[in-house]
Design a protein around this ligand. Structure first.
Ligand SMILES: [Zn+2]
Length: 434
């Protein structure tokens, strides 16, 4: 196994150091290090962070390998600086048995670009009627700890309560797609003045907030862990703040697109901006940014949702909801949450970026080897970022099999230069190694 010597990198944007990566770990860290025979990586001017962890990725395999595969999605993740991604269960077949989660886990191992951590479905076939074999998935080789029917809400409160009871015993968590389905029938975009004017059926904020309110009460009653997927409204942030102040074991994520984009994007009826939950208002964007900055929202999660051309390049109402996220997530966080003048109110510094994109998501998913401090003896899951570099997003150049990036043509800061998975580079010079 090759030894790597990283010269002059700045952990968390702080003072430059050298690191030796050997046998999968950070062997040493300090000034003026040497390592005979090592490959040298020049980290001058680059920020070093722990490898990013995504709690919410759609890899589409098995079932829609035309849109993404475990391998192509893993490559996109590595290029985005990730060393672990949670693969959502809404595949075909659904990941609701030990057999399917083990298949996804094995495909991830074979690709070898990131740790692919399968999410198990809460209910059989995501149908919301009967609990899936949560224990068998937890005990499988995939060691599932995050359970979600994402794409669908576990809408039945009695079933949600039972799911919380089961995952509590497994040291797991239910990741809820908070959407009261009876309030979003036929919904196409955020419900407000703009949806009325555009003639598109609205998805009201209350449909998300009602489920979050219900679920934090259930989590408190059961004493179980709840995670809220893709928080998108100001009211949701208020509810989470309230629940956390009462000691409820609730965590939450926000997507890059909900940090950057608003429902104004729907004006041109370009379905690349159709997503579930929908892009919201300026007020909501400001609220989720503040919630992420003060820690009410624990994590950034991509909700990377690749779709084949025929499912996206069509009429708005016919298009599938979802957008790509893995390759631009860090850049969007840098542009929305970091100030060129340094940290300030409502802003993140590099340590906080590491916390929200690596440390906390790893803790929520119970991933032992990820989200660790940058220190000798720790696993060498690392990412080197060039904060000064600005690049224009070209969907044709992405590693994903799909092209539905909402950032096409946008200039964004923060280029991932190198990613290391247990001491082996998956990305070098901004390019995938394999
Ligand atoms: Zn969802």
């Amino acid at each position: 196994m090759t030894t790597y010597l990283i010269k002059n990198a700045r952990p968390y944007g702080e003072d430059a150091v050298d690191l030796v990566l050997r046998d999968g770990d950070i062997a040493s860290i300090g000034e003026n290090l040497t390592a005979p025979g090592a490959e040298v990586v020049d980290g001058t001017g680059l920020v070093l962070l722990p490898g990013l962890v995504d709690l919410h990725t759609h890899l589409r395999e098995p079932g829609r390998e035309d849109a993404e595969t475990v391998e192509s999605g893993s490559r996109a993740a590595a290029l985005g600086g990730f060393t672990a991604v949670h693969a959502m269960a809404n595949t075909d077949p659904v990941a609701d048995t030990a057999g399917v989660v083990e298949q996804v886990w094995r495909l991830g191992q074979e690709a070898g670009l990131v740790d692919v951590v399968p999410v198990g479905a809460v209910t059989v076939g995501l149908a919301g009627a009967q609990l899936a074999e949560l224990g068998a998935m937890a005990d499988s080789a995939a060691r599932v700890r995050v359970f979600s029917d994402d794409g669908h809400c576990v809408a039945d409160p009695a079933l949600m309560r039972r799911a919380l009871e089961y995952v509590k015993a497994l040291d797991g968590v239910v990741a809820q797609h908070a959407e009261e389905p009876r309030l979003t029938v036929g919904a196409q975009m955020h419900e407000g003045d703009r949806s009325a004017r555009l003639g598109l059926t609205g998805w009201p904020a209350a449909a998300e907030e009602a489920i979050i309110a219900r679920d934090v009460l259930l989590a408190q009653h059961v004493g179980a862990r709840l995670h809220v997927c893709h928080v998108s409204t100001a009211g949701s942030v208020e509810l989470l703040r309230w629940a956390k102040s009462r000691g409820v074991q609730v965590t939450a994520e926000v997507t890059p697109h909900h940090l950057l984009l608003t429902d104004e994007c729907a004006e041109g009826y370009d379905p690349v901006f159709k997503v579930n939950p929908p892009l919201r208002t300026d007020v909501d964007v400001a609220a989720v940014r503040l919630g992420l900055a003060d820690g009410t929202i624990d994590a950034v999660a991509t909700d990377h949702a690749p779709h084949a051309v025929e499912d996206k390049e069509c009429e708005w109402a016919m298009a599938r909801p979802g957008m790509l996220g893995l390759e631009q997530a860090l850049s969007v966080v840098v542009t929305t949450m970091m100030s060129p003048d340094g940290p300030g109110p409502g802003r993140l510094d590099w340590r906080a970026v590491a916390d929200r994109m690596s440390v906390r998501p790893a803790a929520i998913g119970r991933l032992a080897g990820h989200g660790r401090p940058i220190a000798a003896g720790e696993p060498a899951n690392l990412v080197l970022v060039d904060p000064a570099h600005r690049g224009t997003v070209d969907p044709a150049a992405l590693a994903s099999r799909s092209r539905n990036s909402p950032y096409a043509g946008r200039e964004l800061p923060g280029r991932v230069v190198a990613t290391f998975l247990r001491g082996t580079p998956t990305v070098l010079d901004g390019k995938a190694v394999k």
